[in-house]
Write a protein that binds this ligand. Structure first.
Ligand SMILES: Cc1cc2nc3c(=O)[nH]c(=O)nc-3n(C[C@H](O)[C@H](O)[C@H](O)COP(=O)(O)OP(=O)(O)OC[C@H]3O[C@@H](n4cnc5c(N)ncnc54)[C@H](O)[C@@H]3O)c2cc1C
Length: 408
């Protein structure tokens, strides 16, 4: 079977890997180089057990502060864009406890499947991608948020996750670099099995692996048109190329809705903009930078060690497809870094970056042929804040749907 995968972010590449592994002939098309969209500078966390959806009942209580506070990690710039309003309403509808529990269960299943897929790929190819498995600490600033987290931990325990609630002191014993932040921690949830990886390096490694296996890449080519005949796509067109295939996978991240719309499919995927900085910590002394991955709930910032660098990521802005790098966001990440790890010099941010999370209102990715759309167009998009974590899970779902193989 000939499959054309549109998009060489982590979602498209993981999918190309699974399809090739299971015997399909694969071509990957991207307007840039592999791993240069949202997959380039993300938070690097493989968050297999901590999957709490953004759409959660607790958002209602936090909304006024999140919207009105000047240093809020959430920013909304209303657009003359019906997609933004539609997405916002659907998001608010999903903000209730039962929807959040259902989503959590589905995300945990998908994350477990994804872990299996990435582990299998790593075992087969040993890609150079700064993978680590040092666990993750999620820090809560007060008794109320910590109590809610323990409730979520309990739900996740019934679904198979193994986590522990730690005191501030226990958190600092586990991660001594947090010592001077101790008084800001009401408690933490620790997940020993969580991992981190440099997503861009993983994408680049996947490109090398796939090329060596004979997968074709057409890079630097934006897909402009999907040519359809009798409810099927016959070709994807760029300005200079026509790619024919029997099946097409749409994995263009936050750009997926545009092309989908051109063939009659409306995807509820909207960009949530985020930022990161990457610090070189090769020379810093022990207990200055964290070894364990850290998520600070107060600032909604994540810290992950990737090789000799520290990735700091956060912010959530609903500002359309604006990809401008805003100094206020970078300064906010630097401030958070100084607050949690004051011995680190975050004044000279290396590699400030911004990217668009392709988010659905519920937080669940969209996988499969869409009703009313072309029968040979499989959508694989909308992974939101968990695309790195879930990519190898949805890849197996796509392969299963296309090749009719059982999901392991
Ligand atoms: C600040 C931030 C922190 C994050 N942290 C984490 C984290 O810690 N853990 C986690 O699991 N996830 C995290 N995420 C989410 C994760 O990065 C995304 O979900 C994931 O990268 C989405 O992958 P993708 O392949 O769908 O999209 P992308 O990586 O954006 O790839 C889409 C590709 O499509 C290409 N493309 C677009 N339009 C066209 C076209 N017309 N023709 C050809 N090519 C096209 C682009 O060039 C791009 O290469 C984070 C995201 C952000 C922004």
């Amino acid at each position: 079977m000939d499959v054309c995968v549109l998009g060489a972010g982590i979602v498209g590449l993981a999918c190309a890997y699974e399809l090739d592994r299971q015997g399909a002939r694969v071509t990957v098309v991207d307007m840039a180089t592999p791993g240069s969209g949202a997959s380039a500078g993300n938070g690097a966390q493989l968050s297999y057990s901590y999957v709490q959806p953004l759409a959660d009942g607790s958002i209602w209580g936090q909304l006024p502060k999140l919207l009105l506070s000047s240093d809020s990690p959430l920013k909304i710039r209303p657009q003359w864009d019906v997609a933004q309003w539609r997405w916002g309403l659907a998001f608010l509808q999903a903000c209730n406890a039962s929807a959040s529990s259902r989503t959590t269960a589905k995300l945990l299943d998908l994350a477990a499947l994804s872990r299996t897929g990435l582990d299998r790929m790593r075992a087969a190819h040993q890609p150079e991608c700064d993978f680590s498995s040092t666990g993750k600490l999620v820090l809560y600033p007060n008794a109320k948020t910590f109590a809610a987290a323990q409730k979520q931990m309990e739900l996740q325990r019934t679904l198979g996750s193994q986590q522990a609630a730690l005191s501030a002191q226990e958190s600092c014993d586990l991660e001594p670099a947090l010592a001077s932040y101790r008084q800001n921690i009401a408690g933490a949830i620790y997940t020993a099995s969580e991992c981190a990886v440099d997503c861009r390096k993983l994408c680049q490694a996947l490109e090398r692996i796939l090329r060596a296996r004979g997968v074709q890449f057409l890079l630097g080519n934006a897909v402009t048109t999907l040519e359809t005949r009798q409810q099927r796509i016959v070709a994807a067109r760029t300005d200079t190329h026509t790619i024919e295939a029997s099946q097409f996978v749409l994995a263009l991240g936050s750009e997926s809705p545009r092309l989908a719309r051109s063939v009659g499919v409306r995807l509820p995927v909207y960009p949530i903009k985020g930022y990161s900085i990457t610090l070189d910590i090769a020379q810093v002394s022990a207990h200055t930078a964290p070894c364990v991955n850290v998520t600070d709930i107060a600032s909604k910032v994540v810290f992950a060690r990737i090789g000799s660098r520290l990735r700091v990521a956060g912010m959530a802005e609903l500002v359309g497809h604006d990809r401008s790098l805003q100094p206020h966001a970078i300064e906010s990440l630097q401030r958070s870094t100084r607050t949690l790890f004051p011995a680190l010099n975050a004044g000279h941010a290396e590699l400030p970056w911004t990217g668009l999370r392709p988010a659905t209102p519920t937080g669940l990715p969209i996988v499969g042929v869409q009703a009313g759309g072309p029968q040979n167009l499989v959508v694989n998009a909308g992974h939101g804040a968990l695309g790195l974590t879930l990519a190898f899970g949805t890849a197996q779902q796509v392969a299963q749907q296309l090749l009719q193989t059982p999901v392991p």
